[in-house]
Design a protein around this ligand. Structure first.
Ligand SMILES: CC(C)(COP(=O)(O)OP(=O)(O)OC[C@H]1O[C@@H](n2cnc3c(N)ncnc32)[C@H](O)[C@@H]1OP(=O)(O)O)[C@@H](O)C(=O)NCCC(=O)NCCS
Length: 175
């Protein structure tokens, strides 16, 4: 089945599905929803780049994965990855790997970042390690969940890199 990776924003028709996925997979288990998150981090939703993976479904386009990258946070040259979620029915099919690869490509090739970090929930640490990311510092608690800061240092941008298309066609095995 074909899947597509798209850059969207909060005005995009698929934003509602992105929020629904995040609430189901990430926020509700922490006792949060989008409104609470917006109150906690007022500018994050608008200032982050939103990337989603969609498949065609009889009901229309279906968002099965999402990720955010907030550039120059907390300082110029560094980006924060957050809101990484894959539909439980589509986990372990390579969707998460594609989302992280796309964020890394965007960070170094388009945004000129030299480092990305995230606050990884303890059960997801193994996933980020597989993506080549490293733990930095000690375990800490956020929303009553054990987290680790994980970091990816990026190589300098490829001068031959061309601007990314808004829509990229993907072939995902099994998706
Ligand atoms: C963590 C998550 C984003 C991974 O996405 P995914 O699409 O299932 O991951 P992929 O299929 O791309 O996996 C890539 C590799 O990581 C491994 N992997 C996936 N989740 C893992 C985990 N939790 N721990 C260790 N390894 C993991 C896979 O086995 C695969 O390994 P392989 O390449 O050797 O086969 C997804 O499971 C998820 O949404 N979990 C719930 C929300 C969450 O924890 N978000 C992150 C919060 S910090």
């Amino acid at each position: 089945m074909k899947a597509r990776i798209l850059r969207i924003d909060t005005a995009h028709p698929l934003y509602g599905q992105e929020v629904d996925l995040r609430e189901r997979v990430l926020l509700k288990p922490l006792g949060l929803d989008i409104e609470k998150l917006r109150n906690m981090y007022p500018e994050q939703e608008e200032e982050s780049k939103h990337i989603v993976v969609v498949i065609d479904h009889p009901t229309g386009e279906l968002v099965i994965g999402c990720i955010h990258l907030r550039p120059n946070c907390p300082e110029k040259g560094i980006g924060k990855l957050s809101q990484m979620a894959v539909d439980p029915q589509r986990q372990n099919e390579g969707v998460g790997r594609i989302l992280v690869a796309e964020v890394e490509k965007m960070a170094v090739g388009e945004l000129g970042l030299h480092e990305i970090y995230c606050h990884a929930q303890a059960p997801a640490v193994g996933f980020y390690k597989k993506m080549g990311w490293s733990i930095e510092g000690e375990m800490f608690s956020e929303a009553d969940i054990e987290h680790y800061k994980m970091v990816c240092r990026l190589s300098p941008p490829d001068p031959d890199a061309t601007a990314q298309a808004q829509t990229i066609q993907l072939d995902l095995d099994g998706v």
